[in-house]
Design a protein around this ligand. Structure first.
Ligand SMILES: C[C@@](CO)(OP(=O)(O)O)[C@H](O)COP(=O)(O)OP(=O)(O)OC[C@H]1O[C@@H](n2ccc(N)nc2=O)[C@H](O)[C@@H]1O
Ligand SMILES: Nc1ncnc2c1ncn2[C@@H]1O[C@H](COP(=O)(O)OP(=O)(O)O)[C@@H](O)[C@H]1O
Length: 299
């Protein structure tokens, strides 16, 4: 058994997030087109006498270190499935904004699962790992898989998608987070009494991904949670406008927000849009990234 195992896991942006009406279980059916981007958390699993979590990084103070941490829950679920105790120290090197709509907690859940599976020498089949991911949260299977994928159901049932080129992004990180259930709740409030169509992936958007066509992807980006996120955090409108004025091809809220995502032509445009966003004072910071990025990977 090795002394420790480290797994690197990407953040995501939703290039299309089509949201259906609330289901009886409170969840919403989705057509969720995930794209993994090159901002990463790293999860290191080391043998220990009991399950402990530590975290470092700029947002570390916002990460729970108890059993509610998705990394801890992943270790517990995996251990329970194999009838062993989840005695491990999990260290999270956190670079993904917390509560930002970029699936950082999901990344840590998927990362911990893969790291513990390797540390404990379990060799759990991929399909079983994906089942555990779905139990941890709707976004967690995608963190394991990476690349690009269409998620249906709650977003947990994935079909991997071909991507024909690299895309360049800037992410404006907001002060404070937004609660995902609160944003879905606001979506329900805003759509009360309105017919909400069945969610469906856009063929034009899937084609833009497949061909690696940045300007076609810019035209097709869509997020049904954007109005709800803006309703809860009106200041995001100024961030979206600042990035667009600085030359982004398209701007949208990332998932449930409050991170905003800007698709740009190339790496030079990314650097200048990031500088302009920081200078605008409408966000805490701005990060550049490319996509697609690989899913959870043993280092
Ligand atoms: C909105 C999205 C877009 O990818 O992610 P974020 O932008 O927050 O990262 C996801 O749907 C979030 O997925 P995830 O954060 O894994 O959600 P879960 O833990 O499964 O569920 C948290 C809560 O979100 C709501 N929820 C989640 C998924 C879904 N299809 N319908 C929902 O209504 C429910 O209120 C649920 O109790
Ligand atoms: N490993 C983790 N990293 C970050 N947040 C976590 C983690 N585990 C549980 N959480 C909880 O999940 C909430 C949502 O965090 P996160 O996954 O970063 O955002 P989002 O759901 O917007 O993508 C946090 O506010 C925190 O309470």
């Amino acid at each position: 058994m090795s002394a420790s195992v480290t797994v690197r896991v990407p953040a995501k942006v939703n290039v299309q997030l089509a949201v259906g009406a609330a289901r009886p279980d409170g969840f919403h059916d989705l057509a969720n087109v995930f794209l993994a981007v090159s901002l990463y958390d790293e999860v290191t699993a080391t043998p220990a006498g009991t399950l402990t979590i530590t975290c470092d990084g700029p947002d570390a103070d916002k990460v729970p270190l108890d059993r509610t941490n998705l990394a801890a829950r992943a270790a517990e679920l995996l251990a329970a499935r194999h009838g062993i105790s989840p005695d491990v120290h999990l260290h999270i090197a956190k670079d993904i904004p917390v509560a930002g709509g970029m699936a950082g907690g999901s990344a840590d859940g998927a990362g911990a699962l893969l790291a513990c599976d390797a540390l404990w020498g379990l060799g759990t089949p991929r399909a079983e790992l994906l089942e555990i991911c779905a139990e941890l949260g709707s976004d967690v299977p995608f963190s394991l898989v990476g690349g690009a994928a269409l998620g249906v159901g709650r977003g947990e049932r994935l079909t991997e998608l071909p991507v024909g080129g690299d895309f360049h992004w800037v992410f404006a990180v907001a002060d404070g987070g937004l609660s995902t259930p609160a944003v879905y709740g606001e979506f329900d409030r805003l759509t009360a009494g309105v017919h909400v169509p069945e969610p469906a992936a856009s063929p034009v958007l899937l084609d833009a991904l497949r061909t690696g066509d940045t300007s076609a992807l810019a035209d097709a980006l869509a997020n049904d949670l954007q109005s709800a996120a803006l309703s809860l955090r009106p200041s995001l409108a100024a961030t979206l406008a600042a990035g667009t004025e600085a030359g982004a091809l398209a701007a949208l809220v990332s998932g449930s927000g409050p991170t905003t995502a800007f698709l740009v032509k190339d790496a030079d445009a990314a650097a200048s849009v990031a500088d302009a966003l920081i200078a605008s004072g409408t966000c805490r910071t701005a990060r550049v990234a490319t996509s697609p990025a690989a899913g959870a990977t043993l280092l």
